[in-house]
Design a protein around this ligand. Sequence first.
Ligand code: C2G
Length: 130
Amino acid sequence: MKRGLSFGTFDIFHHGHLKILERAAKHVDELYVGISSDELNLKKKGRKPIYSQEARADIIAALSFVKGVFIEESLELKRQYLLDYKADMLIMGCDWTGKFDEFNDICEVLYLDRTPDISTTQLIEQIKNL
Ligand code: C2G
């Protein structure tokens, strides 16, 4: 039984989010996803997400290939989450390549390609300009 963990904000859920989680799930038997808290996002990106952490978590939890979700309260807790979930693999988008290699001592770390030409920021801009 191979267990994987992935993390993200997943604000204004879009096709890129869907595809990376779908691909991540193929590498493991059970995929769990840490949803960045609203507070963490404020710190990380300087703004609160459009969708609340509860709404973002509900959406990801509804995906058939996601076994479960939890709220990621801090970037510094990643090692603890990996240990708590007894993760065999950490799966992240390639925008994070190399950034989580330190966890290679407790699990495999895999970076997957992102879907080109779509992002939450781009969607917000597009909607603003309608
Ligand atoms: N993603 C993707 N293709 C896109 C956009 C996003 O594959 N066009 C992926 C990202 O690489 C990430 C996931 O979708 O794996 C969620 O993206 P974000 O919400 O932007 O997550 P991020 O802010 O990178 O949060 O602990 C780390 C952070 O919580 C990661």
